[in-house]
Ligand binder design. Structure first.
Ligand code: SAM
Length: 275
């Protein structure tokens, strides 16, 4: 009988080894093939848990296209394959997307071996509130693009989170301040589950002041609270419906007459919304 292959997407610790789950150890021990971002790096983790390696291959952004085709063949031949990243949950700002998608499209079983993830860990201790948030992954290295990305996120009026390297943290915080202002409440979450774990929580300017040069070393997640939605002096939904019926210009005139708002303002806002 043909044995069914399966792909296991396995989360590994983001610092503290005690966060390795018994199920992750079990799945990795039984896997015919382990895919790792950096095999040399991951071998230390596997050796720490005395996990024997049957076969291990690198799986990185650079070789993802070719490697995912190779691995799909292995899965179709009945192999049990485990995907890990350097740390945390694969596919969360880590490679794996092409392989998982190809596996799903080929009706191969895909299982989550859930566990540590810097994003969920940061959100759970950052106390930003509001329930919903956007995740931006890593923001751009270029300041002007980064500002545009932060602005787009902030314009949604949701809280948002991003990963940042220690080398760019201060520059990114200055760009963040230029976009959201100095009094926005943020949490900068550093070195989760590790010895130097720390949460800087408060208004952006105060938090920037607290960060000495030495403090910047380590891995970071930046959480930004939602901006307050500025209430418009007229019902937006009504203006949109009117614009759809009678056009932007006539709608702006009607709204202006009824709600005493300058016609130009309504027109500009309708134009902006439909960009
Ligand atoms: N997939 C991983 C996960 O689920 O946590 C994230 C991979 S991403 C390439 C690495 C980034 O995650 C780091 O640059 C940092 O921003 C964040 N990160 C990873 N480990 C962290 C930790 N222990 N504390 C804070 N942030 C961490």
């Amino acid at each position: 009988m043909l044995q069914l292959g399966a792909l296991y997407v396995v989360a590994t610790p983001i610092g503290n080894m005690l966060d390795m789950s018994p199920r992750a150890i079990d799945v990795l021990t039984r896997a015919d093939l382990i895919l790792a971002e950096r095999p040399t790096y991951s071998k230390k983790l596997l050796s720490h848990f005395q996990i024997p390696i049957k076969q291990m291959k690198p799986y990185q952004d650079q070789n993802e296209a070719g490697m995912s085709d190779f691995v799909l063949q292995q899965l179709l031949q009945g192999k049990q394959v485990a995907l890990i990243s350097d740390a945390g949950t694969p596919l969360i700002s880590d490679p794996g997307y092409q392989l998982v998608r190809k596996a799903l499209q080929a009706n191969v079983l895909v299982h989550s071996v859930a566990g540590p993830c810097a994003l969920s860990a940061a959100w759970s201790v950052g106390a930003i509130g509001g329930g919903r948030f956007l995740f931006l992954g890593f923001v751009s290295h270029r300041s002007c693009t980064r500002r545009a990305e932060l602005k787009r996120a902030d314009d949604t009026h949701y809280a948002f989170a991003f990963y940042e390297s220690p080398h760019r943290l201060i520059d990114s915080l200055h760009d963040l301040r230029a976009v959201v202002g100095s009094s926005r409440v943020v949490s900068l979450v550093k070195e989760l589950t590790k010895q130097h774990e720390h949460i800087f929580h408060g208004q952006l300017d105060d938090v920037i002041d607290q960060l000495g040069i030495d403090q910047v070393k380590g891995e970071w997640v930046v959480l930004v609270s939602a901006s307050a939605e500025v209430e418009k002096p007229y019902p937006q939904a009504l203006a949109h419906e009117l614009a759809a019926l009678v056009g932007r210009s006539a709608a702006s005139k009607l709204v202006s007459q009824h709600f005493g708002v300058p016609k130009n303002q309504v027109y500009a806002e309708l134009k902006q919304e439909f960009k």
